[in-house]
Ligand binder design. Structure first.
Ligand code: ADP
Length: 425
């Protein structure tokens, strides 16, 4: 599938998910705050209503029933037990029967058109009169007369005003926030896509390089075998060169596929390290032993300076593989009479392993790319030496999986130093 298309649709998906997450979070946040403000604002009016309701049920503070004298004017007689904010409406046969008590002007202006629903009795609710006046209200049956109800009302226009204002602010903020979250989601989704694009490119490059590298030996083997097929009468000894070359390419192929498998497993974090406690100096000494003999045979000086006195927790098989890669390279890229030096030391609670040589060295650009898969300074020469450019990538993976670092530096006056830093046990 087209890479850009896949990336764009994935980025869009990330963006939508992030936007949904932002919107849900803000929605929850806004609803909680809104609900909290509404409850707080209505808390005082509701408690006034409940207090008045209780007074009515118990006969009031001074045992006075405001409706006792047949819906008269108890307030005028100084017997009004209610909070002045609370307006009591007395309903009988669906009509308000205490219009004088609450004031004729108030009654005509606000309550004359009102109706009463006995189903609402007992619960505090909100009520809007004439579409613009807001009240909190509760109704109770009037204990002194059957079929009569007292409806208590508290005007909450100032509170409603505040709530409406707040609602407006929340809506404006939501719009601004959604616009901001679209931008934030876009930026975040781009950031999230970056490592995916990088690993996609790496993967494509890896597969391209791998198939290219595998094709070369396969082509050589195929050519040689086809050549052998054309001369069936010849003896093996006469075609020895072709057979030897095919064999060497086969070995190369099998080494490369093993390396590719190691890296593929490393990428999928499938490989488990089996760590043990290792005496570093002793371990390095034992790995270097055979290499010292090879160096001597090819007239190279190999010296060891092992003074770390350190124990490490490491996978011995992997550590061995790491040293072999570096020693192999040191031998491959040095000439006669060159020196190879392996040293270990401890510093700042870390163990160091250094493999340095006075060989052909690495260019400035090479130093920064040396650990890339399939990178080789001199392809022809490296191929001649049997190299595929995967060794140092595996070395780097081994060091990283032991929580260490590996660096390649110029050696003085020539050659390369590979410095490995590992945490001590
Ligand atoms: P290869 O199998 O080609 O040696 P590596 O990953 O081990 O692959 O090394 C990558 C490249 O780094 C080599 O092709 C070589 O150019 C360079 N290199 C590695 N070690 C040394 C060294 N000790 N001296 C000079 N060049 C080196």
């Amino acid at each position: 599938m087209n890479k850009n298309k896949v990336i764009r649709s994935q980025q869009l998906r990330f963006m939508v998910y992030t936007l949904i997450a932002f919107t849900i979070l803000f929605g929850i946040f806004g609803t909680i705050i809104f609900g909290q403000i509404q409850t707080t604002l209505y808390a005082k009016t509701d408690s006034d209503l409940i207090a008045s309701e209780r007074m009515l049920e118990t006969g009031g503070e001074r045992g006075k029933d405001p409706f006792r004298d047949k819906y008269g004017f108890p307030a005028a007689k100084g017997r009004w037990p209610f909070n002045p904010r609370v307006i009591p409406l007395l309903w009988s046969d669906g009509k308000i029967v205490n219009a004088e008590q609450i004031g004729i002007i108030t009654f005509n202006h606000y309550f004359s058109e009102m109706s009463f629903d006995p189903a609402t009795v007992g619960a505090i609710s909100s009520l809007t009169v004439q579409g613009k006046y807001h009240f909190r209200t509760v109704s109770i049956p009037y204990p002194a007369a059957e079929g009569t109800y007292v409806q208590l009302l508290v005007n909450v226009d100032p509170e409603q005003n505040l709530i409406d204002n707040f609602k407006r602010i929340i809506i404006v903020c939501s719009v601004v926030f959604i616009l901001l979250s679209i931008t934030a989601s876009y930026i975040l989704s781009r950031k999230m896509m970056k490592p995916i694009i990088r690993s996609w490119d790496k993967q494509v490059e890896f597969v391209e390089n791998a198939s290219h590298e595998l094709r070369t030996p396969l082509t050589i083997i195929q050519n040689k075998l086809e050549l052998l097929q054309t001369m069936p009468e010849k003896r093996i000894i006469d075609t020895f060169e072709n057979i030897a070359l095919s064999l060497s390419e086969t070995r190369r192929l099998s080494r490369m596929t093993a390396d590719l498998l190691t890296l593929a497993r490393a990428d999928s974090t499938e490989t488990q390290l089996e760590k043990q406690t290792i005496e570093l100096d002793e371990f390095v000494n034992s790995v270097c032993g055979p290499y010292q003999e090879i160096a001597e045979l090819s007239e190279k000086r190999m010296s060891l300076n092992l003074s770390s006195n350190t124990r490490l927790k490491a996978d011995p098989e992997r550590l061995h593989q790491l040293l072999v890669i570096l020693l192999d390279n040191a031998l491959k890229y040095t000439g006669e009479h060159d020196g190879i030096r392996i040293s270990t030391y401890a510093k700042d609670n870390k163990a160091f392993i250094e493999v340095s040589d006075t060989g052909i060295g690495i260019s400035e650009e090479g130093l920064s790319r040396i650990f890339d898969r399939f990178y080789r300074e001199d392809r022809a020469r490296s191929r001649e030496q049997g190299g595929s450019g995967l060794g140092l990538s595996i070395a780097q993976w081994i060091v990283h999986s032991h929580h260490g670092t590996i660096q390649a530096l110029h050696n003085e006056p020539k050659g390369v130093v590979f410095r490995i830093k590992l945490p001590k046990q």
